[in-house]
Design a protein around this ligand. Structure first.
Ligand code: ADP
Ligand code: MG
Ligand code: MG
Length: 882
């Protein structure tokens, strides 16, 4: 026969699934001898049975419940409903994962006219007894009978007003008596039946109410959002009451064993004297900081400190503890692992190793790698409770304040004059680069996470919010209107690129740093992980930053950003617009020394570490101005007719833009397809790479983008090899280099064996591989339907954030396996944004990739995640030897 009810003494912390978090931890605390008021837990199994029986308690459950009450009566020497020594209990809900939306706790259950009188006589405190009774009526009425708590509040207010009172302490015992009868009438009026005086009925109704609350809409929505299975069910804990509202030697409070904000080892919490339950968080009275308990009740404080130490040692983690003091005696009512900021998580993990509580491996697993970047950007300090003006896409993290400007030129000139500015645009184009460079941050109203502004800002480690549709930007008037509030040029804004929030005015900031604690933990990570961690970096400055953050190489150096430099864009455009091969080669010859210098700077910054350089990837029209803007310029010039030469030039540009326009640029003339039709571009890039590498003795890894057929790679490889030979012959300097390819379309993964014959390495470009596998264009997907997909669980998660293991991951697996089958030494890496995501990194570990590559700011997180992946993968292998 299934057992449905467990006394605290029968449970333990390993029984979370059956007893819920609260119930199992209460049992555990009893086991280690802490002062916990006795009680029992009705299991999640009972909840499931209740549901299966059409929301009814079975006879078995009822019988077990009655037996458990009898046992509790024996243990406490009190009896439920007794008129001499009455027992009172709390009824508490407790799911496996703590979950808002579940039923609120009911305290003081067992109260009725008789037991309230008995409690008054027993304690000699009639006012306290009646206060407890009216609290029970209100909680039970609200939570179990569905009479909203506000109705009780209103009645109480009316009564106070009648008597001319301003606060509750002014009410006498007789006053509470009156309030109680008003409350009972309120309940009867709303439910159609009198308040149930029988404590056994009260208890049964409460248990059922908890089970029902598992099915309420709030709880269901929360579960869906967090992927908690409905079938888990909730447990109900019934516990004998201790009274924190029994006068000035009583009280109630909550405390963390360490500071949850910065991790410092100190008790952190608050309490209220003469109060019950939720009074501390309800905000009616201001609680006292926990350290003042030291003066108020030194003995209680000392025993509380002993308890917190014991709990922390036992759970080997920072605890969040709820306690009550009844007439000078301390009781512990709840403990759980405390929620904390990333900074605190880091500090606590490292401290606990030093204290000998945790091993280094355990400490590594305690810090959430995906949250770690919060420690590496400037951020808005403290917990500001400011209301954001608007929210856009958090395109590039960090925080920045500055004065709003609406053009790149203005951003530049204001910045030169020493102003901190925020560039606000509908969207940005390559023509705005100088403005982005000059600005503290960028805000756009259109465009997604891969829009120009987002990509460029991330590359620069600059704060950026994109697609902030709530903001209405008028470039001409130089205003931005949000929700009817109009801001104008020069007004100060603060952006939080981590959340996408836009604030008006300037907020206090904290500078990022890799604290010694941070470095220490990452040092442990480095000696634990198997995979290498590289960075995606496009210039010397980013490369240097990457090294500072511990990158062991560059996994992706994009060459297009070099082309977008404002000094070069005219040359790049000349190259694109050239109407003869000769003119194109002239422009390329001008670009060559610039590219060469870029590569030298990067190689120098990397000091011999491997650098993977990707040849030009985006479609050429990305280097040209926006078509609509050009159209307007041309029309205006035509109308005024005073600059015929300029008009001719603009017209030519417009023709080129029209000519290069593509129906599906993402699937169009880009990547190695450009190299196939314009080999001279790749030849110039290869030459620049070999000249630079020869100069600083680097070993470049040259990467060909968007290969779908091995013949593409063969052709491009021939161009590169020809340049290599020529440069080495002409300079007399030998260069060690390798040639590899991105695997970013399904066909490449599926034909990896053939491609591997021609490649020294594969780098899985999982951004494009995700787009091409799903057939989603990312910007359209994220703007139009992906959120719904995730909200409604069509997809378990956003595949652009976390690698889709089943589909995209399967292609990675095939590519890795087939590639290695023909070339065991084939080097394998991943360079999509997934390279900085902990779950995706774990996946890469299971497929035994050699390295992950991510943005410089993500490198520390990736180092940690790679270590965690190594530890977990090892553990998985030990459980299921393959
Ligand atoms: P939550 O899940 O919202 O934290 P709890 O079940 O922990 O709800 O109950 C909230 C508060 O009620 C506790 O922090 C404690 O102050 C009070 N409480 C619960 N059970 C008891 C009890 N047996 N005796 C005294 N106070 C209790
Ligand atoms: Mg609680
Ligand atoms: Mg790509």
């Amino acid at each position: 026969m299934t057992k449905f009810v467990y006394a605290f003494s029968e449970g333990s912390r390993d029984m979370k699934k059956l007893l819920g978090g609260k119930g199992s931890n209460l049992a555990e605390m009893v086991k280690i001898g802490l002062p916990v008021p006795p009680g029992f837990t009705v299991s999640t199994e009972a909840c499931r049975t209740y549901d299966e029986q059409g929301q009814k308690l079975t006879e078995e459950i009822k019988t077990e419940l009655a037996e458990a009450v009898r046992r509790l009566e024996k243990d406490t020497g009190k009896r439920i409903g007794d008129t001499k020594s009455p027992l009172f209990v709390s009824v508490r809900s407790g799911a496996v994962f703590s979950m808002p939306g579940m039923m609120d706790t009911v305290l003081n259950l067992g109260m009725n006219d008789d037991t309230a009188r008995a409690l008054a006589e027993q304690t000699g405190e009639p006012r306290f007894a009646l206060d407890s009774y009216r609290r029970f009526l209100q909680m039970f009425g609200d939570v179990v009978l569905g009479v909203e708590t506000e109705r009780f509040e209103r009645e109480l207010e009316r009564f106070r007003a009648q008597r001319g009172y301003t606060s509750d302490p002014e009410l006498t015992a007789d006053d509470w008596k009156t309030v109680i009868s008003v409350y009972k009438k309120l309940i009867e009026h709303h439910t159609g039946s009198p308040f149930p005086q029988d404590p056994n009925v009260q208890l049964q109704l409460s248990v059922e109410a908890v089970f029902q609350s598992w099915n309420n809409e709030r709880a269901a929505v929360y579960r869906r959002m967090h992927g908690i299975p409905h079938s888990l069910g909730t447990a109900v804990t019934v516990q004998s009451m201790v009274f924190g509202n029994l006068g000035d030697t009583s009280g109630t409070g909550v405390a963390f064993t360490r500071n949850p904000s910065n991790g410092k080892k100190e008790l952190y919490g608050e309490y209220l004297i003469n109060a019950q339950g939720e009074d501390v968080v309800a905000g009616i009275r201001t609680p006292q900081p926990i350290r003042t308990l030291h003066e108020a009740m030194p003995d209680v404080y000392d025993s509380f400190v002993r308890v917190t130490d014991k709990l922390e040692h036992h759970y080997r983690d920072m605890q969040d503890i709820e306690f009550t003091i009844e007439d000078g005696t301390l009781y512990i009512l709840q403990t759980r692992n405390g929620k904390r900021t990333s900074q605190a998580a880091l500090q606590i993990a490292v401290d606990m190793v030093e204290e000998g509580v945790l091993t280094k491996e355990e400490a590594l697993l305690r810090v959430d790698a995906d949250q770690l970047h919060q420690l590496l950007h400037r951020r808005i300090s403290g917990d500001n409770n400011l209301q954001a003006l608007a929210k856009g896409l958090p395109a590039s993290p960090g925080a920045a304040s500055g004065r709003m400007v609406f053009s790149a030129d203005e951003a530049e000139s204001w910045a030169e004059a020493g102003e901190k500015v925020i560039l606000v645009r509908p969207e940005t184009t390559p023509d705005d680069i100088h403005g982005i460079i000059s600005a503290e941050a960028v805000l756009t109203t259109r465009g997604g996470m891969t829009s120009h502004a987002a990509v460029v800002a991330r590359g620069m480690g600059k704060t950026c919010i994109c697609g902030c549709e709530a903001a209405d930007v008028d470039i001409k008037a130089e205003t931005m209107t949000i929700d009817g509030t109009m801001l104008k040029k020069g007004d100060v804004l603060t952006l939080d690129g981590g959340t996408g929030e836009v604030f008006s005015g300037s907020l206090q900031m904290e500078e990022p740093e890799m604290s010694p604690t941070f470095q220490l933990l990452l040092g442990w990570a480095d000696s634990t992980r198997r995979m290498n961690v590289r960075a995606n970096a496009d210039n010397g400055a980013d490369a240097a930053k990457a090294v500072e953050f511990g990158a062991e190489g560059i996994g992706l150096c994009r060459t297009e950003h070099m082309f977008m430099d404002p000094a070069r864009i005219p040359v790049v455009r000349r190259m694109i617009l050239a109407d003869s091969k000769r003119k194109r080669e002239e422009a390329l010859a001008e670009l060559l020394p610039m590219q060469r210098q870029d590569f030298e700077e990067i190689f120098e910054a990397m000091e011999g570490r491997p650098v993977t350089i990707r040849l030009l990837d985006p479609p050429l029209h990305e280097f040209l101005p926006d078509k609509e803007e050009l159209l307007i310029e041309v029309t205006t010039l035509e109308l005024t007719g005073d600059a015929p030469e300029k008009l001719a030039e603009k017209k030519q540009l417009l023709d080129a833009v029209k000519h290069l326009e593509e129906a599906n640029p993402m699937l169009g003339h880009r990547g190695c397809r450009l190299g196939m039709t314009h080999p001279e571009i790749y030849a110039m890039q290869a030459e620049a790479i070999f000249l630079a590498a020869g100069q600083v003795h680097a070993k470049p890894e040259i990467m060909v983008p968007l290969v779908s057929h091995v013949n593409e790679l063969k052709a491009v490889k021939a161009v590169i090899e020809r340049e290599a030979e020529r440069v080495q012959r002409e300079t007399g300097v030998h260069v060690d280099y390798t040639i590899g390819t991105m695997i970013e379309v399904p066909r490449a993964a599926l034909t990896a064996a053939a491609i591997a014959e021609e490649a020294d390495f594969f780098s899985f470009g999982t951004n494009d591989l995700t787009q091409t596998t799903f057939g989603f264009s990312r910007d359209d997907a994220e703007g139009k339907f992906l959120r719904q997909y995730v909200d409604q669980e069509t997809l378990e998660y956003n595949p652009f954030v976390r690698l889709d293991e089943e589909g995209v991951g399967r292609l990675v697996e095939i590519g890795a396996h087939d590639g290695r089958s023909v070339k065991p030494e084939l080097k394998l890496g991943i360079c999509g944004e997934h390279g900085g995501n902990a779950k995706s990194i774990h996946f890469c570990e299971t497929k035994q990739l050699d390295y992950v590559s991510c943005s410089p700011f993500r490198v520390p997180a990736a180092r940690l995640a790679a270590a965690q992946a190594a530890i977990m993968h090892q553990a998985e292998k030990e459980v299921q030897p393959s």
